[in-house]
Design a protein around this ligand. Structure first.
Ligand SMILES: Nc1ncnc2c1ncn2[C@@H]1O[C@H](COP(=O)(O)OP(=O)(O)OP(=O)(O)O)[C@@H](O)[C@H]1O
Length: 397
């Protein structure tokens, strides 16, 4: 789950729609206590919390094996977010590999955080696009929530862009085109993503991308609707968000412009270690053309990074018809009939060579326990509607 930010002292006007600033949580929070229910091979007290499946088709669901934590073997740490860790896991009965994101309930103390977590789950369940990570199961223990998802073995685009320094135009075009289709799909479902950045763009073993992390997404936003919450990662935030102004789907096209800029040059526009300077420049300065930018790319970047959302390319149709994409066959791309630029090589399905050592080298067992900043408030409360198994969301769980 991502974080909403307060920049320039701006305050979200909608309490229910904000999250806690990840930067405020500190590193301690990331030291998850795995021993209590993750890494240990001993039977675990939390595993006694079996989720009861209740729903429309009770017979079918009663026959179904309830999925619980002990159904998975935890293999490696593969990522870390503001509210918990992400693991590579293997389902014990069929041997399938998944990614499992763990959120500690005590970190989600406010009602709006709980609601956002349920919303994140609903988005992952309902958004069926080849370019969006799919949720397979969601379940909870007394203290934690678990999302079990497609495992994206190619890791973060962040890793690949840092390694390559920057991408050739054809490579950037391929990934950005798939992102256009992901955003087009989300927007067609009246959902704004609000957290497009290389860390949230994952590569599958097939070399195609999927976006993950819908913790900042907002549903029910029609074309003309605006929201005022200040959300996202500073480097990719549209000026209207920085200024605390109402914003709509245009913010995702701005972030796409930042990602294209970074793919072609190696760094996002206006990048500075000094965050205030970065915000000021984003609002007041012109973007700089890098030598790598060919004319069409530069034109598209300028149109996506227009400071005023009204001047921005702000529908998928407008973006797709820009000359930068003239060679793209959108139909083929949607069917994944276009060969990805990088062929990823793996020794086996547990090979994590494209995932940063910063995560993979962490022990999944016996990670030292660090008390949470937020204490145990809310720790034992169930998150109604979170559980998702066998293709259905389970009420009262
Ligand atoms: N399905 C997946 N397959 C492989 N890796 C994944 C998957 N989902 C997440 N990750 C890894 O875990 C990282 C953190 O996941 P995610 O962004 O969902 O967590 P978060 O707590 O919401 O993070 P943030 O604080 O950045 O918003 C991702 O950037 C990615 O590296």
């Amino acid at each position: 789950m991502g974080a909403c930010l307060s920049v320039f002292g701006g305050k979200p006007d909608n309490e229910d729609d904000q999250n806690t600033n990840s930067k405020l949580l500190g590193d301690d929070q990331k030291q998850e206590d795995l021993e209590d229910d993750m890494g240990s091979t001993k039977p675990n007290s939390e595993e006694t919390v079996r989720i009861q499946i209740k729903g429309n088709n009770e017979d079918e669901q009663n026959n179904q094996q309830k999925v619980v934590l002990s159904d998975f073997e935890i293999l490696k740490v593969i990522g870390e977010g503001s509210f918990g860790k992400v693991f590579m896991v293997q389902k014990k009965d069929d041997g399938k590999i998944y990614a499992m994101k763990q959120l500690r309930k005590s970190n989600l103390t406010k009602q709006h955080q709980k609601l956002k977590t349920i919303e994140e789950k609903n988005i992952m369940v309902n958004m069926k696009s080849p370019f969006i990570v799919q949720l397979k199961y969601a379940f909870q223990t007394t203290t934690k929530l678990y999302f079990v998802m497609d495992f994206m073995q190619g890791g973060e685009m962040f890793y690949h862009i840092r390694k390559a320094k920057y991408f050739k135009e054809d490579v950037a075009r391929f990934y950005v085109s798939e992102l256009v289709l992901a955003l087009e799909y989300l927007h067609s479902k009246d959902t704004i993503y609000r957290d497009l950045k290389p860390e949230n763009i994952l590569l599958g073993a097939d070399g195609h991308i999927k976006i993950c992390d819908f913790g900042l997404s907002k549903q029910g936003v029609k074309d003309s609707d605006k929201t005022k919450t200040i959300c996202g990662t500073p480097e990719y935030l549209a000026p209207e968000i920085l200024l605390g102004q109402p914003h709509g789907k245009e913010v995702d096209w701005y972030s796409l412009g930042c990602v294209l800029y970074e793919f072609l040059s190696g760094a996002p526009p206006f990048y500075s270690r000094d965050k205030q300077q970065m915000y000021q420049q984003r609002i007041n300065s012109d973007i700089q053309r890098k030598p790598q930018f060919q004319n069409d790319a530069w034109d598209l970047i300028q149109l996506l990074l227009a400071k005023n959302p009204k001047d921005r390319l702000n529908t998928a149709a407008q973006v797709k018809s820009h000359p930068f994409f003239k060679t793209v066959d959108w139909e083929k791309l949607l069917n994944k009939d276009v060969r990805p630029p990088f062929v990823l090589k793996f020794n086996n399905e547990q090979d994590t060579r494209y995932i940063s050592n910063e995560f993979v080298k962490q022990a999944v067992q016996n990670t030292p326990y660090t008390p949470n900043v937020g204490g145990l408030a809310g720790g034992n409360q169930d998150f109604d509607g979170f559980t998702y198994q066998g293709g259905v969301s389970i009420n009262n769980n």
